[in-house]
Ligand binder design. Structure first.
Ligand SMILES: C[N+](C)(C)CCCC[C@H](N)C(=O)O
Ligand SMILES: O=C(O)CCC(=O)C(=O)O
Ligand SMILES: [Fe+2]
Length: 417
């Protein structure tokens, strides 16, 4: 049985991959046609072209693919490039192939329908990430977060039950931002909560958890009382942190509210209203840096990235990198390209600061926010008085891995690899 989350990752827009357990368990209508270098397998929902060498290379028997490590054992390079099966047939359980040396390979229809090549482009399902990047996400505006407050998640629930943890990660994946309430207002408790999610990312700011006030302990605007426009952190890293967590531990003063904006939602608005600007911010690479502290001079490799980063295979937007404060000198653009870039930047910033897109939260002590730093921009209003925020950065891959393993069964894991 495929879980709710599995059927979610199989969905992309209105297109749905055939769910094997439902479609093929009693199927008798599979037919095979053999050709010179490949076979065509016709299943009720689609026909798949399966090249022989590819089939042999992807044999999933325990000799060819370690069932526990899920790594290839077959030696691709000793297989004859012109290999052809000596026998093929299919039944209810799938496609069966016998190779000239007697080796047998079995391919379930679920696996074939997940990975087999289809002429029609119906196949372009973003199962690669097991959660279709933009179609299953809830793109939001401020009113969506205000009017539809999700069931409250509490520290106790998240710390003590797998269900609570799963709910938390699910919200993070769907909305890109999630709140946990009733957290004890200490750095220690916040760290426990953080480590429940995943291990932390060390940076030049700290070894793990950080805790900051307006004292310029590090030479960065975050350590002042100034307002911060909506931005993502770490635009100067080759790989920006995947998640960021904030917990306001102490506050005596005025202002200092937190701002969140759904970067994917605003990107979509820009694409619709000003496709030329969207294209410019997809193509124009922007150099960035972090260099306030004496012993720090960080720039990414490659030296610059666009604001909108797309998966080259699917075209899906997967990462927004934007911090106007951390932009380096634009020295690589001729005047006409500079003009196009600045115009596009103004259009992006206009939408980012549209009150309809700005979700403001006073983030009272006890309420921890965690957000996807590749999607949701954050900021704050200026403040007076004393304010201490603690939190952490998390690596992207490890956060996503945690989320995936909570949402997928072992069988589903096999299916998507
Ligand atoms: C979160 N912490 C207070 C540790 C650092 C804030 C750094 C903000 C910085 N300009 C950047 O984009 O990284
Ligand atoms: O002070 C805040 O509320 C957030 C500052 C900030 O942007 C950061 O620490 O990354
Ligand atoms: Fe920040």
């Amino acid at each position: 049985m495929l879980s709710h989350y599995a059927s979610r990752f199989l969905t992309r827009g209105s297109k749905r991959l055939p769910l094997p357990s439902r479609l093929y368990s009693s199927s008798t209508s599979a037919t095979i046609r053999q050709h010179e270098r490949q076979l065509k397998l016709a299943l009720p929902a689609a026909t798949y072209t399966l090249p022989y060498f590819w089939l042999r290379d992807h044999c999933r028997c325990p000799e060819c693919y370690h069932p526990q490590t899920r790594q290839r054992l077959a030696d691709t390079f000793t297989l004859p490039r012109d290999i052809r099966p000596s026998k093929v047939d299919c039944d209810q359980s799938g496609l069966h192939v016998v190779w000239p040396d007697g080796h047998k390979s079995d391919y379930g229809y679920d696996w074939v329908s997940m990975h087999g090549h289809q002429e029609e482009e119906a196949k372009k399902v973003s199962w690669q990430d097991t959660l279709a990047p933009t179609d299953t996400l809830r793109l939001w505006q401020a009113k969506d977060l205000k009017e539809q407050p999700r069931p409250r998640l509490t520290f106790g629930e998240v710390m003590e039950s797998k269900e609570g943890l799963t709910k938390w990660l699910h919200r993070l994946e769907i909305d890109g931002v999630a709140f946990v309430d009733d957290v004890p207002t200490t750095l220690e408790a916040t760290e426990q909560l953080a480590r429940r999610l995943c291990f932390l990312r060390e940076t030049h700011y700290s070894k793990g958890m950080w805790s900051f006030t307006a004292d310029l302990a590090h030479a960065d605007t975050a350590y002042t009382q100034l307002a911060l426009d909506a931005h993502t952190d770490n635009t100067y890293f080759t790989e920006p942190s995947g998640l960021q967590m904030f917990h306001k531990l102490e506050f005596e003063g005025q202002g200092g509210d937190s701002l969140f904006v759904d970067g994917f939602a605003v990107a979509k608005q820009l694409k619709t209203t000003n496709p030329e600007a969207y294209e410019t911010l997809t193509q124009t690479r922007i150099p960035t840096h972090s260099a306030g502290d004496e012993d720090v001079l960080i720039v990414p490799t490659p030296r610059s990235f666009p604001i909108f980063n797309h998966d080259p295979q699917t075209g899906d937007l997967f990462q927004v990198r934007y911090n106007n404060n951390d932009r380096s000198t634009l020295n690589h653009l001729p005047p006409d390209a500079l003009d196009r870039f600045y115009d596009a930047l103004f259009a992006w910033r206009k939408l980012l600061t549209d009150p309809a897109n700005e979700y403001w939260d006073p983030l009272p002590p006890g309420r921890v926010v965690t957000f996807d730093n590749w999607r949701v921009l954050h900021g704050r209003s200026a403040f007076t008085g004393h304010r201490r925020i603690c939190g952490a950065y998390f690596p992207w891959d490890d956060y996503k891995s945690r989320a995936r393993t909570l949402r997928l069964s072992s069988a589903e894991k096999d299916l998507v690899l």
